[in-house]
Design a protein around this ligand. Structure first.
Ligand code: HEM
Length: 429
């Protein structure tokens, strides 16, 4: 039998029933009033109580009266008159509430909270965008490690020990997966877990606790709060929490790779091959660090995923816009690709700009740019192959929650290159 999460196993009756959350929401509502959901009102919303209930019982088991209240509140917050000084918290609250009543008709985005992460990233100043987005990834990795270490402390097992070690290594990989965050504290004592041989649970727990508290100090409160609030599992299983955090880290990565592609398109379009190569190298280096993330995901037990899968129909990552965007920015859709194309993508793809610019650029630059595109393609391909392999191991050949044939579909899409024009031989070849 798959293990319960600590929240589910140790919840107080008021959190299991949802009465603490319901009372807190009602109190909040009567305090702030619906027609003046001013900023401090949104900030003081009892997120913690609601999240504690959802983590104890899963979205499917949430108190129906609370769900109705949250749905109603969503409508009210959305239509509330904006406060005079502008309420930046209200749209965020409305966006978050949307996750709490999606039991019917919810999708991948309401499962993961992608719109909340997008909204936070959009708030960053242009030059701080990568730092914020990398800080979010690090915060997710820190939280994952804390959850896993807490579970090991309560119920030590071989499988859980492996999970903690992989999560610890994932935090150590943040200097490659989220380098802008790691650079922020260059020269100071690093909270990134060192790759060492930790013998015994005590040594592991001490190293984890040191790494987590040092890393947490470098994560601003709004990011921590976003991470905490977007852990709204659909089941009571411990493994689903790892699944959600893994998806959220991957989403951060897809968003970043998409950004690098956009910037590479613009640089190459103006003849700046150097700048374009730097962007593609940044994306490729991150993809090359992805095995650390897959090592965590491979610890997913089949029986636990079977339960998660049963509860996540219609919520497949096949709906991920950021993932689709990476492919849509790279090259025009290839005939025979089983993926549905991303609607609303405009402008030239990187492959098209490359083909257009090739005759005008020095041969040396063309070769270098093409090599970097190939490097990115290789990283993307490897990541898709690994995902296919894990899927085969975890669910075998049953269909996916997104309505595809499952592993067979992934095997097929894994072989579609990011830049098919290069595979066929480009002007630079
Ligand atoms: C044990 C874990 C996982 C299993 C068994 C699994 C399984 C699947 C399956 C069967 C599909 C096919 C689409 C469908 O019908 O649902 C799929 C698609 C996809 N999955 Fe996963 N998945 C896992 C973890 C993840 C994670 C953590 C991510 C990170 C975001 C992810 C990202 C994707 C993406 C982007 C697609 C679409 C691929 C495409 O269209 O080419 N998966 N997954």
């Amino acid at each position: 039998m798959a293990a319960l999460s600590l929240h589910a196993a140790q919840a107080e009756p008021a959190d299991l029933l949802g009465t603490r959350a319901l009372r807190a929401v009602e109190e909040w509502r009567s305090r702030v009033g619906l027609d003046r959901s001013h900023r401090s009102g949104s900030d003081e919303f009892p997120f913690e109580e609601v999240v504690a209930h959802y983590r104890s019982v899963g979205r499917g088991g949430a108190n129906p009266a609370l769900v109705t209240e949250l749905r109603d509140l969503h409508g009210a917050v959305q239509s509330a008159a904006p406060a005079e000084e502008g309420d930046r918290g209200a749209p965020l609250l409305a966006g978050w509430l949307r996750l709490t009543f999606d039991q019917e008709g919810g999708d991948y985005h309401t499962y993961v909270g992608t719109h909340l992460y997008d909204a936070m990233r959009e708030q960053a100043q242009e030059d701080k965008g990568d730092v914020l987005s990398d800080t979010i990834m690090a915060a997710l990795a820190v939280d994952l490690l804390s959850i896993e270490a807490a579970a090991l402390a309560v119920e030590p097992s071989r499988g859980q020990r492996t999970r903690v070690r992989t999560a610890y290594q994932l935090l150590g990989s943040m200097d490659a997966l989220a380098p802008s965050w790691a650079l922020e504290f260059k020269g100071e004592a690093s909270p990134l877990a060192p790759p060492n041989d930790l013998v015994g649970d005590e040594a592991l727990a001490a190293a984890v606790s040191q790494a987590v508290s040092a890393a947490a100090d470098r994560i601003p409160w709004p990011v921590r709060r976003l991470v905490e609030n977007t852990m709204l599992p659909v089941t009571r299983l411990h493994d689903e929490q790892m699944f959600i955090r893994s998806i959220q880290v991957f989403e951060g990565l897809y968003v970043h790779v998409g950004r690098c592609l956009e910037r590479a398109i613009s640089a190459l379009g103006s003849g700046d091959t150097e700048g374009g190569c730097a962007e593609l190298t940044d994306a490729a280096e991150r993809l090359e660090a992805v095995p650390a993330l897959f090592r965590v995901l491979t610890t997913m037990p089949r029986e636990a995923f079977a339960v998660i899968r049963d509860n996540t129909h219609g919520r497949s990552a096949v709906q991920s816009t950021s993932y689709r965007r990476v492919e849509a920015l790279s090259a025009p859709p290839t005939p025979g690709n089983p993926q549905s194309p991303l609607p609303g993508t405009e402008g030239e793809t990187l492959q098209e700009v490359f083909e257009r610019q090739t005759p005008w650029l020095p041969r040396r630059d063309v070769v270098r740019f093409e090599d970097t595109m190939r490097r990115l393609d290789a990283g993307w391909h490897k990541s898709k192959r690994t995902h296919w392999g894990i899927t085969l191991k975890v669910i075998g050949s049953v269909p996916g929650t997104g309505g595809t044939s499952g592993a067979d579909y992934l095997k097929q899409t894994a072989e579609v290159p990011l830049f098919p024009g290069l595979a066929a031989g480009t002007p630079g070849a």
